[in-house]
Unconditional design. Sequence first.
Length: 375
Amino acid sequence: MLKVFKARAGGNGSGRSRSGRGKAAVTFAARLAVDGVSRRYDQTLALDDVSLEVEPGKILCLLGPSGCGKTTLLRIIAGVEAPSSGSVLIDGQEVAGPNRFVPPEKRGVGLMFQDFALFPHLTILDNVAFGLRSLTKQQAQAEAYAALERVGLGDYERDYPHILSGGQQQRVALARAIAPRPGIVLMDEPFSGLDSQLRESMREETLAIIRESRATCIVVTHDSEEAMRMGDVIALMRDGRVVQTGPAPELYRTPKDLFAARTFSDLNELPARVQGGRAETALGTFAASDFVDGTEVIVCVRQGGIRLLKPGEGTLGRVLDTRFLGDVGLLEIAVEGHEGPILARVRAADMPVRGDELGVGVDEGGVLVFPARND
Ligand code: ADP
């Protein structure tokens, strides 16, 4: 069996060249709205008044730390869980809410979970055909085969899941999710079981297949870079609530609070008190006109927003440590008046050496000021 697998697996492990792939069946993308949804489990308020809208054909990434309610929201949209209050609408029709509960199989929603959840006793084709029970067996197998072709695994139709690599199992799970041509595809941490290189290529392929299928898609992730790469829109969650929704550049450039800023950037955080609309820190004084005098704030300076100057310019600093990270270098710099090192990311070519004295400046465009109490 292993020999057969190897012979067919080809150079990229996909079992087929890219050109040999089929096209994803085209879907009518659905508009999704989540309106004031809460979900309580005994003492835990897993979701607290969550509202979201996803335009047809767009990809929304639900981003947030473990336990913030992402999976619960996905399960409620899928219909495997009911909200305690609020409603879910697909194309304007209530599918969950005070007056209605449409079962999962009637919602036109495809699901792809973290562990792929393939049935070991079914062939790969039957795994994909599993969600196509409203069709005749022949039709279901034809549709399943087309979906398998699309993910490059048509040759494996008669095999069983155990012979597949992790990436291939992920493709089968994707084929199964898109085979019924759902208007909405929901993915829960779909790449977290894969190693980092495979994750990258699977992410790109999955994105291409989802775009081609034209389904509306929600992807759950706790990885901000993944969310920025995949999402047309990102909904950042914390403690059961949506903190901020928007395209990646908006969340990166204008995060609503310190939590959102920390999610998208590596920051230096300098505490300060506002005086005359400005916040004075060890790295200089910055505009803080939105705050009344006396407010305790945190001035955030992105690690990439630190500028290295000649000694005598900016704030005097001494290089404590340097790390080579490829294109960039990470520096730890001691500056007077700030406890702990300032971290700076600079072009590797511009790296000073440990012990160097230099001036430290700040790119003012990259400075964010938040109230300290938001921490
Ligand atoms: P995430 O997907 O962001 O990691 P979850 O949606 O899984 O978060 O969980 C949100 C919160 O709800 C957590 O505190 C979790 O413990 C709780 N929770 C989720 N499902 C259940 C359940 N079936 N019973 C009790 N608590 C649950």
